[in-house]
Design a protein around this ligand. Structure first.
Ligand code: PEP
Ligand code: MN
Length: 339
């Protein structure tokens, strides 16, 4: 529930509303705006009887929010959230952030080569998976903790923050120790226990959309993290499962402007997992920028033909460099258009 105060409401009136809400056993969070203050009501399990609130002095309107999310919504938090990942800022008004690197961390040499290539082309965050959620148990499962070390060393060597996936609560300790950003993959978007634990941390989080998740379910998953206190959250559209088999998934680009209007959280696009095809990655990456994405996550491998995972969708260093140049030009054009 959201209580909207009159623009001339006094501080005492706002405080009286807050106290009334708290006396009902609920949490009240005032959200000052440029025109008027709103008060978000939290912790209610269902509909809240609002008669006692409506008649208080200074109250203009009471809006019942029936959506399963509140903290992530623009109604509740109109100002955009900017997430800082070890100095790299992502969100409204910031430069587009490119997160790139191999699907999996394979060797120390591979990660160092990838780190140099990502850095040289202008990427801002290095990616690489140590704990891999593979569809079958016979595929390469990742190097685990050894891999985390290769990733953080490579990132440090070139001065790039690193992002890596965490699949289980027990992995949070080592992953937080080595990574600047925690990735929750599509398969774990509704691992609610993991979401809650990550919500208790102060680490930036990248939450990928589940492969069959609706936008409402995606935002409700994000709500789990914010509800525990961590609002350093970036969303990622990575394609959804549809009847179409020509691409690995179906990239739902409309989700970018939609989520930007519904939520204050930054949203990025992963065209690699969305398409599964190297040839489609650059054009969909460019399209994502036009759609309003705050950043991208792209798989790039020093030698894609030798990759242990997702080689077919990985750009090679030359392809990545070319894409970065194109994206720079598109960003300039979009800045001019918006000016
Ligand atoms: C990944 O980023 O390597 C990955 C497994 O992605 P997703 O969770 O989107 O499938
Ligand atoms: Mn991958």
């Amino acid at each position: 529930m959201l209580i909207v105060m009159h623009h001339h409401a006094t501080d005492d009136q706002i405080l009286a509303v807050k106290k009334t809400v708290e006396a009902m056993g609920l949490r009240a969070e005032p959200i000052p705006g440029s025109m008027r203050t709103a008060i978000g009501v939290l912790d209610n399990q269902g509909y809240v009887e609002d008669a006692a609130i409506r008649e208080l002095a200074g109250v203009r309107e009471v809006i019942h929010v029936s959506k399963p999310y509140k903290l992530v919504s623009r109604d509740f938090h109109p100002q955009p959230t900017i997430v800082d990942i070890a100095g790299v800022k992502i969100g409204d008004g910031e430069k587009t952030v490119m997160m790139a690197g191999p699907c999996s961390i394979e060797t120390e040499e591979q990660m160092h080569a990838a780190a140099h290539q990502v850095k040289a082309a202008g990427g801002q965050i290095l990616r690489g998976g140590a704990f891999k959620p593979r569809t079958g148990p016979h595929s390469f499962q990742g190097l685990g903790i050894d891999g985390l070390k290769f990733l953080s060393d490579a990132g440090r060597a070139v001065g790039l923050p690193v992002v890596t996936e965490v699949m289980r609560i027990e992995q949070l300790g080592p992953v937080c120790e080595h990574a600047d950003m925690l990735q929750i993959g599509a398969r774990n978007m509704q691992n609610f226990d993991l979401l809650k634990e990550v919500g208790k941390l102060d680490h930036p989080v990248l939450l990928k959309r589940g492969m069959s998740a609706t936008i409402e379910e995606f935002l409700a998953a994000a709500e789990y993290i914010l509800a525990e206190g961590n609002s350093r959250l970036v969303l990622c559209e990575r394609g959804i499962r549809t009847f179409e088999k020509a691409t690995r998934n179906t990239l739902d680009l409309s989700v970018v402007p939609l989520i930007r209007s519904m939520s204050h959280l930054p949203i990025i696009v992963d065209p690699s997992h969305a398409t599964g095809k190297r040839s489609l990655v650059p054009v969909m990456a460019r399209s994502a920028l036009v759609a309003g994405a705050h950043g991208l996550m792209v798989e790039m491998h020093p030698e894609p033909e030798k990759a242990l995972c997702d080689g077919a969708q990985s750009l090679d260093p030359g392809g990545f460099e070319k894409l970065m140049i194109e994206l720079g030009r598109i960003e300039e054009f979009l800045t001019e258009l918006d000016a």
